[in-house]
Design a protein around this ligand. Sequence first.
Ligand SMILES: [Zn+2]
Length: 185
Amino acid sequence: MAELDQKMAAQEQAHELKVHESLRGLSEREMIAMQAAKLAQGEGGGAAWAQVLVSGEAQKEKEQRLADELRHGAEVKDLLLKQASSVQGLMQAQLDRMEALAKQAMSATAEQQRSSGAAALYERSMDSMSRVAASRAEPTPVAAQVSVVPPATDGAASTQSCKSCSAPLRAGARFCAACGSAQTP
Ligand SMILES: [Zn+2]
């Protein structure tokens, strides 16, 4: 029995040596593949290999998730920066618009004041013009007196009248003051 054990141990050692020998000069990937093959060959090897694969996948997934999270974080940061700048831009645009509106309102008020001033001036000038026109249209007392009651220098004047229009004539007048026709005494 002891001999058999010793023999088996020796065989195992030899096998191990052979494996080590075969592994020498292999790349890491090839060594993993060899180990995987060895695991698959052993008892419950398939499950063990599956476990290795799963853990590898899990590791890869974890790394992927971490990378995703990092990328996501970067994306979020980028998005926040973009949003912040767009908000800033929006606020700037809003401020610009408000300033423009304020300027517009101010200029409109100034314009209104100017135009109301102009309107007041126009009204004043129209008022004075209409007053002038009214004063011109109104017959002055003197003019009314002249036109309505022609002055009579003496009583004899009232007895003479124009031969053409019968308007009263001044004494010794050679022309009618009303129609201009020549008068012969
Ligand atoms: Zn006359």
